[in-house]
Write a protein that binds this ligand. Structure first.
Ligand code: SF4
Ligand code: SF4
Length: 82
């Protein structure tokens, strides 16, 4: 999963770009649900939120490190549930 850091300026451009609906507005800044973020695996070659964020505040989450295989499994699970 990726994570949004406190450098987020609440510009709202990332939220509609997420194919998994993993991004939402939190109390102070936008946030990513690690259970829904596949790092865009299954949808796009590059994480879409990272592509659009104007302040570059969406790094990999060191507490949620996943392999491509794990991210693909998550994508398949989310697709089946949808
Ligand atoms: Fe959504 Fe992709 Fe960003 Fe994860 S990397 S939050 S799936 S846009
Ligand atoms: Fe925050 Fe970046 Fe998303 Fe804008 S694009 S809301 S700055 S994380």
């Amino acid at each position: 999963s990726l994570i949004i850091t406190d450098e987020c300026i609440n510009c709202d451009v990332c939220e509609p770009e997420c194919p998994n609906g993993a991004i939402s507005q939190g109390d102070e800044i936008y946030q990513i649900d690690p259970n829904k973020c596949t790092e865009c695996v299954g949808h796009f070659d590059e994480p879409q939120c990272q592509q659009v964020c104007p302040v570059d505040c969406i790094p990999h989450d060191p507490d949620h490190q996943e392999t491509k295989d794990q991210l693909m499994q998550k994508f398949l699970k989310l697709s089946a549930a949808a």
